[in-house]
Write a protein that binds this ligand. Structure first.
Ligand SMILES: C[S@@+](CC[C@H](N)C(=O)[O-])C[C@H]1O[C@@H](n2cnc3c(N)ncnc32)[C@H](O)[C@@H]1O
Ligand code: SF4
Length: 440
């Protein structure tokens, strides 16, 4: 989170509220109660919340030195088989939960780790097994995250056949020296090879992920990366500012050897994103959040993000994954043995949870939607019965005085300055007891 100028170890990306550190096993009764009851209809709505499915595929070819996700790089084909069986079993259990309530999945997200680590054969087998219990025929979006070097022409074609509509490609950078330094498994030629196959397969929506502030980044190289990204003409571009959470290889190295952070400071990373947003805007893209620019707002929506940020239900499957059902948060078993073992016992692998208060659900939606760059006060009035402009008058005014946003009768709108540091603005809206606590 961007409060200090230096990129220190312990920075993080806000993706939920209350902070994960506040979740516990004690809340699992609340989680089970939510999962084993029909879905709730949110206030102000006439139908149950939309339903999404997240599937975590935790394998990668190599651990990137900056990555903080739960990933395994040492698993063999029989381990992958074990995992795929456990995941299929979990989906079978999930599909029978009362909270499904006959709802079709509106969106599906294969995230990781690296879902594209699975071979075409493993993928087809997984999807066949999943389809015995669920389908995503009516989903408006099926996202699949890919690492360029794991793709092949037949695998890309298989993904399209399996119904993937949004392919997200972890390009991160175009310089082979930078990619190598940061421990990426792929180099730039693999991006170009994969790109031809992806375009030939005709996905409606292809996203490129970049990171501003990889170790070794320079202005010249960054400009070149943006030029090359625009030349590929993706439907959307997502740019993360490099974070150093505690559990990355770089973080451990910095703490263990007491060395200076090798990552550019926050003002420079923001300047790089600012430059990228300007260049993408000049190429016809528009802002869709503090991280994402899209080519055509009317065609390219991001259903997973938008539904999640509006309080949809998300059934989480896979090791360590995070879900949300009928207003209750939960996380699955965070390690392999626990996850596989619980499923072998025929149980859902629930690990910890939290039942937020109605006010905490309001904070959650408010801070997540602020990441899009604007807030519709009417939405919060209808859903939570709260006038957010009045409720957080002081906080919004402070941000306005700092030129991070503007306020009018309908809501607030972030300035570019605010958009570039939106994660740093959010703790001001946390409840006081959550401001000083560790986030994860
Ligand atoms: C699960 S990965 C995407 C798929 C695939 N594993 C890959 O890396 O190509 C999600 C994205 O998180 C971003 N990311 C990972 N670690 C990060 C960090 N420390 N700071 C900022 N972004 C990070 C990267 O842009 C990455 O593409
Ligand atoms: S950034 Fe992607 S490829 Fe790298 S370790 Fe993390 S999940 Fe795996």
């Amino acid at each position: 989170m961007a409060t200090e100028s230096k990129t220190e170890v312990g920075s993080y990306f806000i993706s939920n509220y209350p902070p994960f550190s506040q979740w516990s096993a004690e809340a699992l009764d609340d989680v089970r109660a939510a999962l084993h009851a029909p879905p709730l209809t949110p206030p102000g709505s006439s139908e149950p919340a939309p339903l999404g499915l997240y599937l975590h595929i935790p394998f990668c070819r190599k651990r990137c030195k900056f990555c903080y996700f739960r990933v395994y790089t040492d698993k063999r084909a029989d381990d992958v088989e074990t995992y795929v069986s456990a995941l299929s079993h979990e989906i079978e259990l999930v599909s029978k939960l009362e909270v499904m309530g006959g709802r079709p999945f509106r969106f599906v997200y294969f995230g990781g780790g690296t879902p594209s680590f699975l071979s075409g054969k493993q993928l087809t087998k997984l999807v066949d097994r999943l389809r015995a219990n669920i389908n995503w025929d009516h989903a408006e979006e099926v996202t699949f995250e890919c690492e360029p070097g794991t793709l092949s022409e037949p695998k890309v074609a298989t993904l399209r056949e399996l119904g993937v509509t949004r392919l997200s490609l972890g390009v991160e950078n175009f310089s082979d020296a930078v990619l190598e330094e940061n421990g990426r498994a792929h180099l730039s030629p693999e991006v170009y090879k994969a790109w031809d196959w992806i375009r030939a397969a005709g996905f409606p929506n292809v996203n490129i992920d970049l990171i501003a502030g990889m170790v070794g980044e320079t202005w010249d190289n960054w400009k070149d990366c943006i030029k090359k990204t625009i030349a590929l003409d993706p439907e959307s571009v997502t740019i993360y500012q490099m974070e150093l959470p505690f559990n990355t290889v770089y973080s451990k190295d910095i703490l263990g050897n007491q060395i200076e952070t090798p990552v550019a400071d926050w003002p420079l990373k923001r300047a790089w994103v600012d430059y990228a947003f300007d260049e993408l805007a000049a190429a016809g893209y528009s802002v869709s959040s503090g991280y994402t620019m899209v080519k055509d707002k009317s065609k390219v929506n991001f259903s997973y993000r938008d539904n999640l940020w509006h309080g949809s239900d998300l059934l989480a499957t896979g090791v360590a994954s995070f879900g949300h059902a009928s207003g209750v948060h939960y996380q699955n078993e965070p390690d392999w043995a626990g996850y596989v073992g619980r499923l072998e016992q025929g149980e859902l692998p629930l690990h910890r949870g939290m039942k937020p208060t109605p006010h905490q659900l309001l904070v959650r939606e408010m801070i997540l939607q602020l990441k899009k760059g604007w807030l519709d006060a009417g939405y919060f009035k209808r859903k939570f019965g709260v006038d957010i402009l009045d409720h957080w008058r002081g906080e919004f005014q402070q941000h306005a005085d700092d030129e991070l946003l503007t306020i009018d009768a309908d809501g607030v709108k972030l300035t570019r300055k605010g958009l570039l540091r939106v994660d740093g603005m959010l703790p001001a809206f946390f409840e006081p007891e959550h401001r000083g606590v560790r986030y994860t």
